[in-house]
Design a protein around this ligand. Sequence first.
Ligand SMILES: [Fe+2]
Ligand SMILES: [Fe+2]
Length: 252
Amino acid sequence: MALYAIGDLHLSYGVKPRGGSGSRPGPTGGIWKNREAVFRQNCLSLLTDDDTLVLAGDISFGKNAEECAPDFAWLACLPGKKILLRGNHDRFWDAKKTPALNAKYGDELFFLQNNFAAYGDWALVGTKGYCFEGPFYLDRRGRLVGWDEEEERRAGELVKRELERLGTSFEAAKSAGYRKFILFLHYPPTSLIEKTSGFCKMAEEYGASQVIYAHSHGEHNFHTSIEGMKNGVFYRLVSGDCLRWRPEKILE
Ligand SMILES: [Fe+2]
Ligand SMILES: [Fe+2]
């Protein structure tokens, strides 16, 4: 039995091609080319039905139940238990829909928000998260000299709401008797201008062992938040392109 994670599959099997090019949404070149096949093959060689795979957000470009259904059916056929986290591109999933999604797909997929999933004596908790993504202002030498303070304030409101959801997730697990936690976020736990955040503090307060996050794409964005051990918590990025579509083992 093992716990794996990966984010940002950005599936679109059920999305009708749009625009003159007839292409589906999302990146397609370079590391993104044939990602579904590469990821599926990696899952088949790594995972068994005793394992658990957390999909850390940006799961589907489908904007409603109909457009998502083929993506969910495709995921359900992979080995192991699948736990889904909400990403910024998951328009099918607003916060109120989590119970309905779990009622509909409960036998095949678990949607993690305002709740938790058990993995042995561990509780898997999580929420989409949020961090300020700019605009940042640089000088001619590329040094950070400022940022959009109005956007930073707006980001703060989104962070506050996500922290409330994360607190609900932790408390649900705690009430059920769990004392060991792994925390999943879609967004990185800190922005470019932060050394810590409310997400880090909550992880420390509840004694989470790991914070797993995704969302960061492209080499230049892979190391912009916390990585490795900090204040007793281990942080790691599991965006799909960073992992080259091979799920990362989180726990045995
Ligand atoms: Fe993404
Ligand atoms: Fe994202």
